[in-house]
Design a protein around this ligand. Structure first.
Ligand code: FAQ
Length: 312
């Protein structure tokens, strides 16, 4: 066992990826299944807030973009479930854990999408936050997770740019459009900062995940990087961020910012956000409605394999 553990750690230290059939500590496997499956659930639940606006997009062009983006998120969820399955947990088990409330998904998707400008704000801020976190995950120590992240990041960076462009159009529009843009930024700003997780001091998994190079940057480090990036970009929109304490700190070479409402964060994480119940109910309904498809696919696969056996 000791030898296995040393070999495992030396691979991590030398930046050799851990692959599905390699020996790994149980806790590493468990931590990865937790993080990857929660990441997959976030992508799938994350389709719901934007899906809400597909039928009401203001033009054919905007509708086509939004449809493609939501489909991309479905794809991300599927690659991630596949990556998690390589660790020996079935997809059915992961989905059961989501439905029972045992597994989490990102807090951000428990907020409602009230206006069209929310589509721009989600692309710019939510995908923007997701990318910073996921660029780091392209170098995560588990091979299948790292490889899944490469394509996901390419798609997410397109998502972010389309979100920014959509807000840019609103920011140059009528007074009402400008207000709608500012209101969406005001509502999505703080929840986006919460996507990076609790403060480092309150993070349960960070220390171990950093040692295993599952995570390469801490929650606070990534959050700061995000704030610095967005504080620059918001000026191009001619809009503001809803934080009176946001100020460039010349000494730190970073923006200082106000206190996040951690009570709100934990309430949302524990299932009491504005849309938690609605989101889970929608996922469970989709799962139940799809039962006949899974059943038909299973029967078809069984028939095909019998045919192959007969002809062999
Ligand atoms: N929401 O010990 P830590 C996207 C939980 S994808 C809910 O610091 P860790 C694409 C955490 O699970 C967005 N729960 O945890 C898209 C843990 O509880 P547990 C998702 C949260 O894992 C865009 C506890 O708090 N991205 O947006 C949150 O080291 C647009 C203690 O926290 C990923 O999942 C939260 N925000 O660090 C789709 C990326 N934060 O599990 C559609 C991969 C923390 O012990 C539209 N994940 N918790 O019960 C990660 O990088 C990490 O898991 C962190 C959290 C950074 C999220």
């Amino acid at each position: 066992m000791m030898q296995h553990e040393q070999l495992f750690q030396s691979k991590i230290d030398q930046e050799v990826k851990i692959e599905p059939l390699d020996w790994m500590p149980d806790a590493y496997r468990k931590n990865l299944v937790r993080q990857i499956s929660q990441h997959a659930h976030s992508e799938i639940v994350g389709m719901l807030p934007e899906g809400n606006w597909i039928t009401r997009a203001p033009s054919l062009k905007r509708k086509a973009i939004l449809l493609a983006k939501v489909q991309d998120e479905a794809g991300h969820g599927l690659y991630l479930y596949s990556a998690a399955e390589t660790l020996g947990t079935s997809r059915d088990q992961m989905i059961e854990d989501l439905h029972s409330g045992k597994a989490k998904y990102s807090s951000i998707f428990n907020y409602p999408t009230l206006t069209w400008a929310d589509m721009g704000a989600i692309g710019w801020l939510v995908d923007g936050a997701a990318i910073l976190n996921q660029v780091m995950l392209c170098r995560t120590s588990y091979g299948p997770y790292a490889r899944a992240m490469v394509r996901i990041c390419k798609e997410e960076s397109f998502h972010q740019r389309q979100g920014f462009e959509s807000l840019l159009v609103l920011s140059k529009g009528t007074e009402t459009q400008k207000q709608m843009c500012q209101d969406a930024i005001n509502r999505w700003w703080w929840p986006s900062l919460m996507m990076f997780g609790p403060k480092d001091a309150d993070s349960t998994h960070s220390d171990q995940s950093m040692k295993w190079k599952i995570k390469r940057k801490s929650n606070d480090e990534l959050r700061q990087q995000f704030i610095d990036m967005i504080a620059g970009q918001v000026k191009l929109l001619g809009m503001t961020l809803p934080d009176p304490d946001l100020k460039w700190n010349e000494e730190r070479k970073h923006y200082d910012f106000g206190e996040i409402d951690w009570e709100e964060f934990w309430a949302v994480v524990k299932g009491n956000g504005p849309c938690n119940k609605e989101r889970l109910a929608a996922r469970k309904k989709a799962w139940d409605d799809g039962a006949w498809v899974r059943e038909a696919a299973k029967v078809y696969a069984e028939k095909q394999s019998k045919k192959i056996l007969k002809s062999a």
